[in-house]
Design a protein around this ligand. Structure first.
Ligand code: GLC
Length: 524
């Protein structure tokens, strides 16, 4: 295996842990750090190189941890700093890097900074958040909308002004133009880096700095209501503002001040052009701005190939790509593409050029779980019901075994668990044909074959059913042929078959592609 040193993440595979739903250790129905520690062999055994843990900081949990009330501690629900240190040490002992989730654009309304800020107009921290007088008729200062429904402004009776919140009322936006705010958040980064953390996934970066003049956003002519109310406006004055890149570069300088350098992955949703700007004008922003293009793409070979080629072409010189199929905010890949194509989606994710991020449960083929109305907890679904925006279905706990708590908890799980045997880790472990076995085999092959991790990318063949591409490195050429259809399709290349998604197919090297089959082929 190539050892790239500080560039480990170029061949690396990131595994996202959503801590509430990974493993509960104390029977309260919510996962925790000790639970993560106890399940690290699963992640290491899968063949991942790093875990990214979604927020476990103190939080009132209005947005399940993305409303942080202390950047430098652990919520008692998840454990404490000692439990974190143990998890970190246990991960490092297994060769796993640990990335945390930094939420710089907003805090909880209960963060001491905001409690001070809202206390009076002349409080020293007033300018740490974005406050504005009401419009003459008393309404909000402009037309901006919250991502989770309703206006992006809440009126504060005590001081007679509105404060900005791009997300929930409970998530006031920090004012990044204030250098004291930047220092405070960069200080929190250092706190975790000094503890041994290897990097951050940085949340909601496109919203970091809204327009200084607070200009109204224009209407979105292409809006349909399933996009959610916030998308009825084009976020040109709230998202991807030029100052964002200066501030991300400040974060990068903190990461660079460590040896080896810490990794920064940024979360921004946008067009390809908008995404790649987050590498920074001099590749001085994120190492990896998340690439969510596959999440939004229609699952047809021409669309997927189009996404791959567009992204490859848009990457700045020297920028390293990355790919994401699923996360804790979007419908799971197995539900989007269907269970038969889920294996193909996995093969695509692990064989494109760039660092893949796996969302916990993706390795099991977990699907979105229908949530009965009385168990809905996601504030987005509560605020904007019935539009399919809620994220509970993609956040359900992992079923490790059978039994009432599915090995996840001895208590009542905070969300329902998909208990079907085929979704269980213990069942899949013992089955060579399972999704989990396929992921393990693919990850092992990827680790062995530099062509699959570091190799150049080239499209070899594309039609209405089959997408086939080549990865090549130092003279070794490997093809990946993906059959998106339910029919047998001709194999567009010749070579020796290394791996197939078809569970028990006895295929010869020249056999056509079975329905839904993906195959990795060594080219002569
Ligand atoms: C990001 C997170 C999401 C959260 C939002 C607000 O998009 O992934 O879960 O609700 O930011 O912090």
């Amino acid at each position: 295996m190539a050892t790239l040193g500080k560039d480990w993440w170029k061949t690396g595979v990131v595994y996202q842990i959503y801590p509430r739903s990974f493993q509960d250790s104390n029977g309260d129905g919510v996962g925790d750090l000790a639970g993560i520690e106890s399940r690290l062999d699963h992640v290491a055994g899968l063949g991942a190189d790093a875990i990214w843990i979604s927020p476990f900081y103190p939080s009132p949990m209005a947005d399940f941890g993305y409303d942080v009330s202390d950047y430098c501690d652990v919520d008692p629900l998840f454990g404490d700093l000692q439990a974190f240190d143990r998890t970190l040490a246990a991960a490092h002992a297994r060769g796993l890097k640990v990335l945390l989730d930094l939420v710089p654009s907003h805090t909880s309304e209960r963060h001491p900074w905001f409690l001070e800020s809202r206390a009076s107009r002349n409080n020293a921290k007033r300018d740490w958040y974005v406050w504005k007088d009401p419009a003459p008729d008393g309404s909000p200062p402009n037309n901006w909308l919250s991502e989770f429904g309703g206006p992006a402004w809440t009126f504060d009776e005590t001081t007679g002004q509105y404060y900005l919140h791009i997300f929930l009322t409970e998530q006031p936006s920090l004012n990044w133009r204030n250098p004291a705010v930047r220092d405070a958040v960069l200080g929190a980064m250092r706190f975790w880096f000094d503890r041994g953390v290897d990097g951050f996934r940085v949340d909601a970066i496109e919203n970091l700095v809204p327009d200084a003049e607070l200009r109204d956003n224009p209407p979105n002519p292409d809006w349909i209501d399933t996009m959610g109310p916030a998308r009825s406006l084009l976020g040109i004055h709230t998202q991807h503002r030029p100052e964002v890149f200066e501030y991300v570069a400040e974060m990068r300088r903190v990461a660079q001040s460590y040896e080896p350098e810490k990794l920064l992955i940024g979360e921004a949703y946008g067009t390809v052009e908008q995404l790649v700007r987050y590498y920074g004008p001099k590749l001085d922003c994120f190492h990896l701005p998340f690439n969510f293009l596959l999440i939004g793409a229609e699952w047809r070979p021409r669309n997927i190939a189009g996404v791959v080629e567009t992204y490859e072409a848009a990457l700045p010189d020297g920028a390293w790509p990355n790919w994401v199929m699923s996360n804790h905010d979007r419908s799971r890949s197995a539900s989007r593409v269907g269970p038969e194509q889920a294996r193909l989606a996995a093969m695509l994710l692990l064989t494109l050029r760039g660092t893949p991020t796996i969302y916990q449960g993706e390795e099991l083929g977990m699907e979105d779980v229908a949530i009965p109305t009385d168990r809905v907890v996601d504030p987005w679904e509560k605020n904007v019901p019935g539009k399919g925006l809620g994220r509970d279905p993609v956040r359900t706990p992992i079923a490790w075994t059978g039994g009432p708590g599915a090995g996840f908890t001895t208590g009542e799980p905070w969300l329902p668990i998909d208990q079907r045997p085929q979704m269980r880790v213990d069942v899949q472990y013992c089955d060579e044909g399972s999704m989990l076995s396929l992921w393990r085999t693919m990850l092992a092959l990827r680790r062995k074959e530099h062509a699959l991790s570091l190799g150049d990318y080239r499209t070899l063949h594309l039609d209405d059913h089959v997408f086939c591409y080549e990865r090549s490195h130092e003279g070794r050429r490997i093809a990946v042929a993906l059959n998106f259809s339910a029919e047998t399709q001709p194999l567009p290349v010749t070579g020796r078959s290394l791996l197939s998604t078809a569970p028990s197919a006895k295929h010869g090297d020249d056999d056509p592609l079975a329905p839904h089959e993906g195959r990795i082929i060594e080219l002569a």
